[in-house]
Design a protein around this ligand. Structure first.
Ligand code: ATP
Ligand SMILES: Nc1nc2c(ncn2[C@@H]2O[C@H](COP(=O)(O)O)[C@@H](O)[C@H]2O)c(=O)[nH]1
Length: 182
């Protein structure tokens, strides 16, 4: 629901925040770089790491697997460095159990129709995938009350401003992870 766009802007405004690069079995989109945007893994390699206990959380989304590797989180949390995760709902629920101090922010689209237009405009997903993502978004919206904060991603500058305020408020309260979910 626009988390990637918001996080890029957030990281520029709050440079001490570090992004945990997720692993996924989906194919890279044009312009995405291995180990920068994602750790792109084969199904077999992802499964091997699941079996080895290598993930803090993982989930299936739109027919692909996504997860946060322990190696992206453990050292940072141990040394008190603030880290941001960009994950979907099932993963956020897992993180709530394993990192209860994490600050969780739900990113909501202004409307599902706006989300549809944005996804179509991005031009990276098949019509079937856009429909699947919209259905998932509708399901996730029903769970937004589970989150400490909700930011509606309407006008980008305003949404980034609200996100920055939430992050700064919580950074001043002490080190903890921030989870962005939608
Ligand atoms: N506030 C906004 N106003 C206008 N367009 C936006 C806004 N936020 C995101 N977009 C556009 O919507 C499309 C999807 O956004 P983006 O690629 O950031 O989503 P994403 O990170 O894949 O979503 P998800 O939250 O599901 O992971 C992109 O084309 C992006 O430019
Ligand atoms: N549970 C997790 N979800 C993740 C992770 N990394 C990304 N995501 C979420 O997956 C969907 C689809 O992402 P896309 O890049 O294909 O658009 C989106 O909601 C991401 O936030 C993760 O490590 N764990």
């Amino acid at each position: 629901m626009g988390k990637g766009t918001l996080i890029r802007a957030l990281l520029e405004r709050v440079p001490e925040l570090e992004l945990a690069v997720s692993a996924t079995t989906r194919r890279p989109r044009a312009g995405e770089t291995q180990d920068v945007d994602y750790h792109f893994l084969s199904d077999a390699e992802f499964e091997r790491r699941v079996q080895a206990g290598g993930f803090v959380e993982w989930a299936e989304y739109s027919g692909r697997r996504y997860g946060t590797l322990r190696s992206e989180l453990d050292d940072r949390l141990r040394s008190g460095r603030p880290v941001v995760l960009e994950i979907e709902l099932q993963g956020a629920r897992q993180v709530r159990q394993t990192v209860p101090a994490a600050v969780q922010v739900f990113i909501a689209p202004p409307t599902l129709e706006t989300l549809r237009l944005r996804l179509v405009g991005r031009g990276t997903d098949s019509p079937e995938d856009v429909e699947r993502r919209l259905q998932t978004a509708a399901d996730e919206l029903a769970a937004q009350e589970e989150f400490a904060y909700v930011v509606v991603n309407d006008r980008l500058e305003e949404a980034v401003g609200r996100l920055e305020a939430i992050v700064r408020e919580n950074l001043s309260a002490g080190p903890a992870g921030t989870t962005l979910s939608s």
